[in-house]
Design a protein around this ligand. Structure first.
Ligand code: ADP
Ligand code: ZN
Ligand code: ZN
Length: 733
């Protein structure tokens, strides 16, 4: 059997293993790898991806069936993106068919046709002067021809024609038959950059950064390390301009574009070129158009969240990953990939530069700088020249807080508010109180589905589980002993009430996921903040994400200890990043801002160092700790997670998984720890546990997983649990 006529296909709807072998159709070209086919399955048919061309199959020839239809004459992805997808499937041990399906817009995933490029119509040369001669009984032909003539050689898009005449297609066909009009596919636009606005003149630091990142010398990874408002985005825009001018596309990734659309807006304000913006708020049709435009090279700018790293581009010249440290670049379910890491991989395969930007780079990225893999251009000053905020630790042991606010913080707030500034308070805890407890028997209200306390919401008179969403009415008194219940601690809902009572003249804007649902509401609140209707801003993590608050004079961190004693190995890094990002909101104009951190551990070395030396100093120590304790980025991890209603099934599965760990050869380079229960063992009525594989060598771990995971897939008790592998996990719990 000749090579190429045998196909290995991942068949939908789940596209998971096992892959099936088929014959290529007897007639016509062999379907390409990375293209779709319609394949018979049992009595029905399914869409599948061609994963491989085979020389031989283990299936006896008489049982091989031919695919029914070839859906794509060419691969859906450009060769580099397809290679990245393959690499990712292999690296993250995820079935390639599922990876390919994940990377497609829904319409294509379901077997729909790749839309043809938009067509245009224009008048032919011989139509000049003809319009008046068209028969008087054909006024609509005349009208349409006149419109085409007016549009010139560029013609009109079919979409535009459809909006002008109901019956346009029939009419334009008549004109075509008469040789008066023709359809054509618009060429890719000229590479000339069309600037909508003048670029800003760069500061000396910005120019140095731009010069340190050549756009015409192939692959290089640059970690653009710049404090908040140092003009990183402006640097991206200058690089993008160079790349567009050389006739190439730019791909820019941002975390959670639904909440932070600034990047896309600034690009559109600067460049008059077609852009495709991909984010979760798009409808299926819009997403498909954006994807198709990027693939065809019609969109010169492609902006999106993490999954945009898989969008095919015809002639990519640059990838930018903004806020590269942001945890949302890691997909946390299904196909668990790290989009920043894949962006670097994609750039290296494509031979193009990649820029990772952040005010608080991930420790991984900083280590890559140390090892000489990334360059490290830095922006140390705010563009406005304002100095970094003056920071102060407030020891809560010495200044016991009243309603969560210590006397020094209260005083700083009053001063700022009286002088007309805005004040931001950061508290990463939603609800009224995290605990509702009986003071006599110490019983607290817990979720019956999770190992978690229920959060009390007073306004809604509700107990809510933040892990599974379970809700119930709080009991009037302790169900155990009848004593009245007490709230312990405070969340944003409570602090909001307390602030409003204390600062009556200064309206409070609360930004958290309970209060701000959806884009509209967010825009409203942000508008109220810009117009300075709100004077006190109170919020969770949501506040730290890129929003600009120009008249902010003070940032108060209500509880700096939250997270410092986290059991997660990335806990301190995340805390430091959050504190620095929150602090960056203060003093964006002339005056330096003020940062007040409330803590019960003012001697904590992490906090001290962060305050004294900034994020860079903190990162150096944190890296040293990771090195000495053997955690990433000095070690490489893979977490095999499992859950089931019964703890026993989980245990049995993980024990069996240990039983099949590869023993020979490189086995000793990888250690497997566990089974260990998850930090929250019981969640959503299921018991969670894991095994942790760790190695100092990424290659060894990969090789190990390549032998281990296929064996795990065959374990007899795998069907009784839900399990997944997480390579380079963001967290262990
Ligand atoms: P970052 O991305 O580092 O937070 P931005 O690029 O958003 O910083 O810059 C912060 C502010 O400074 C923006 O309002 C931007 O328009 C302005 N800005 C940036 N670079 C310059 C410059 N060279 N000259 C004048 N204003 C600038
Ligand atoms: Zn009680
Ligand atoms: Zn729960």
């Amino acid at each position: 059997m000749s090579s190429g006529s045998l196909l290995r296909v991942a068949v939908g709807p789940r596209f998971a293993a096992p892959l099936l072998d088929y014959l290529a159709p007897a007639e016509g070209p062999v379907p390409p790898v990375g293209g779709r086919v319609s394949a018979p399955l049992g009595k029905g048919k399914r869409t599948g991806f061609v994963i491989k061309h085979l020389d031989a199959s283990d299936v006896p020839a008489e049982r091989l069936r031919p695919v029914l239809e070839v859906l794509d004459a060419e691969p859906l992805w450009d060769p580099v993106t397809l290679e990245v997808l393959r690499w990712a499937a292999n690296y993250y041990c995820h079935p390639l068919g599922q990876v390919l399906a994940y990377a497609l817009p829904q319409h294509l995933r379901r077997g729909g046709q790749l839309p043809a490029p938009p067509s245009f119509w224009r008048a032919c040369g011989k139509a000049l002067g003809v319009a008046p001669e068209l028969p008087a009984r054909a006024p609509r032909q005349r009208e349409l021809l006149e419109q085409l003539l007016a549009a010139g050689r560029g013609g009109l898009a079919e979409r535009a024609l459809a909006s002008r005449a109901r019956d346009w297609r029939r009419i334009v066909r008549i004109l075509e038959e008469k040789g008066l009009a023709e359809s054509f596919e618009r060429e890719i636009p000229e590479p000339a950059v069309m600037l909508r606005e003048e670029p800003l003149a760069l500061s000396r630091e910005q120019s140095a950064a731009v010069n340190a990142m050549p756009m015409d010398r192939g692959y290089a990874c640059h970690l653009l390390d710049g404090v908040t408002a140092s003009g990183k985005t402006e640097v991206y825009l200058h690089l993008v301009e160079q790349v567009l001018a050389s006739g190439r596309q730019c791909l820019l990734l941002a975390p959670e574009i639904g909440l932070t659309p600034q990047l896309a807006e600034r690009l559109k304000a600067r460049f008059r070129v077609p852009a495709a913006v991909l984010h979760s708020g798009l409808g299926d049709g819009e997403r498909l158009n954006a994807w198709v435009d990027a693939r065809a090279g019609r969109a010169r700018l492609v902006v999106g969240t993490r999954s945009a790293v898989f969008v095919p581009c015809r002639e990519l010249g640059l990838i930018v990953v903004d806020e590269e440290h942001d945890p949302s670049y890691k997909q946390q379910d299904g196909f668990r990939y790290q989009a920043r890491d894949l962006a670097v991989m994609r750039a290296s395969r494509a031979g193009i530069p990649v820029v990772l930007g952040s005010a608080t780079p991930a420790l991984e990225s900083l280590l890559n700088v140390q090892r000489g893999r990334y360059t490290h251009p830095r922006l140390t000053k705010k563009v406005t020249g304002s100095r970094p905020p003056l920071a102060r630790l407030v020891d809560l042991n010495r200044h016991p807080p009243e309603h969560g606010l210590s006397a020094p913080l209260l005083q700083a707030m009053s001063e700022q508010l009286e002088s007309g500034s805005q004040v931001l308070l950061y508290l990463n805890r939603r609800g009224f109180a995290p605990v509702l407890m009986c003071p006599d028997c110490r019983r607290s209200e817990e979720c019956s589905h999770c190992d978690a306390r229920l959060v009390f919401y007073r306004r809604r008179d509700l107990l809510l589980c933040h892990h599974c969403g379970a809700r119930r009415r709080p009991p009037p008194v302790c169900e155990n002993c009848g004593s009245p219940l007490q709230t312990i601690g405070r969340g944003t809902e409570r602090l909001e009430e307390e602030l409003q009572a204390r600062f009556e003249d200064f309206p409070v804007a609360r930004m958290d996921r309970d209060n701000v649902r959806g884009r509209r509401r967010l825009e409203n609140i942000l508008g109220g903040i810009r117009e300075r209707h709100y004077r006190i801003l109170l919020g969770t993590q949501m506040l730290t994400k890129g929003h600009d608050f120009p008249s902010l004079g003070l940032v108060g961190v209500i509880d700096a200890d939250q997270g410092m004693f986290s059991q997660e190995f990335r806990g301190p890094e995340r805390l430091a990043q959050t504190l620095v990002q929150v602090a960056g909101r203060a003093g964006r104009r002339e005056r330096p801002g003020l940062l007040v951190l409330q803590t019960r551990f003012p001697e904590h070395p992490l906090l001290r160092q962060l305050l004294k030396e900034g994020y860079g100093g903190f990162a150096a120590t944190a890296l040293d700790l990771r090195r000495r304790s053997g955690w990433p980025p000095y070690a490489h991890l893979a977490l095999l997670r499992a859950n089931a209603p019964e703890a026993a099934s989980v245990r049995e599965f993980l024990e069996q998984a240990i039983g099949v760990v590869p023993q020979d050869g490189s086995g000793s380079a990888v250690e497997v720890l566990g089974p260990a229960p998850a930090l929250m063992e019981r969640r959503r009525d299921r018991s969670h546990a894991h095994l942790l594989a760790r190695s100092s060598s990424r290659a060894r771990l990969q090789e190990y997983l390549g032998r281990w995971i296929p064996a795990v897939r065959k374990l007899p008790c795998r069907r009784r649990v839900s399990w997944s592998l997480d390579v380079d996990p963001a967290e262990i719990g």
